[in-house]
Design a protein around this ligand. Structure first.
Ligand SMILES: CC(C)(COP(=O)(O)OP(=O)(O)OC[C@H]1O[C@@H](n2cnc3c(N)ncnc32)[C@H](O)[C@@H]1OP(=O)(O)O)[C@@H](O)C(=O)NCCC(=O)NCCS
Length: 210
């Protein structure tokens, strides 16, 4: 995620989590050395979106966790040096010792059920593995069966419950965690899922870059 993506990230976040207060300060997150954020961009839709406000310039050296997600022809083929790009969704995690804690995965409502959430999760798992994380954890609303279904598909299991965790409606948070993501069994399952995803959605080339 780059500073140019912040306005769209806020918009997508507000659409998905209108009652969450205070909203996440993604500009601050980009300056957090523990945080890593990726975005799914669709360059082909750039012209159809309203003008996006660009956040104030920040020291690029501070954007250590800036991560861009690039797609093949399906979602655009690379990152032009500047300009507005349409963000389909984004995801982030914090690295804490050997644990990668997913803070969010969110896809624009009109682009859901097209494999983008899954691609973001795959990318996070790969990035976290590259950063020597051994497991992934997260909290998800008890009522959020959609997201839980995505996480179960990728080997997360429920490991706890935080009662009344969400301040807006006092909803419980389900704590989920993976097994060791470097284990042969996890990686083998992940490779199967990647292959199935690639075959289903035709996204057979993607790169993650900082
Ligand atoms: C959760 C979310 C990111 C999924 O994104 P998406 O791009 O629609 O998901 P995908 O198309 O990649 O689907 C991947 C898997 O997610 C699950 N899933 C997605 N939509 C689902 C739905 N409506 N009902 C049940 N499961 C669903 C399924 O397991 C699916 O795998 P399948 O296609 O084999 O059934 C998206 O629904 C979202 O942005 N929700 C709002 C934000 C949110 O709640 N984020 C989680 C915070 S912890």
């Amino acid at each position: 995620m780059r500073k140019e993506d912040l306005a769209q990230a806020d918009e997508i976040d507000r659409e998905a989590f209108p009652t969450q207060w205070p909203p996440v300060d993604y500009e601050r997150e980009l300056q957090n050395w523990l945080a890593h954020y990726i975005v799914a961009r669709d360059d082909s839709e750039m012209g159809e979106e309203p003008e996006v406000t660009v956040a104030p310039e920040k020291s690029l050296s501070k954007l250590a966790s800036r991560v861009g997600q690039f797609f093949n022809h399906t979602f655009g083929g690379g990152l032009p040096p500047s300009g507005r790009q349409y963000i389909l969704g984004f995801a982030g995690f914090w690295i804490m010792a050997e644990e990668a804690h997913i803070t969010n995965i969110v896809v624009r409502q009109i682009h859901r059920r097209r494999g983008i959430g899954e691609l973001l999760l795959i990318s996070i798992i790969d990035l976290a593995t590259g950063l020597n994380a051994h497991n992934l954890t997260l909290e998800v609303r008890a009522s959020n069966i959609t997201a839980q279904s995505l996480y179960y598909k990728y080997g997360f299991a429920q490991v706890g419950l935080r009662r009344g965790y969400y301040t807006d409606n006092k909803e419980d948070a389900v704590l989920m965690s993976t097994e060791n993501i470097t284990s042969a069994s996890f990686q083998s399952r992940l490779n199967q899922l990647k292959q199935a995803h690639s075959q289903k959605w035709g996204i057979d080339l993607y790169q993650v870059a900082r």
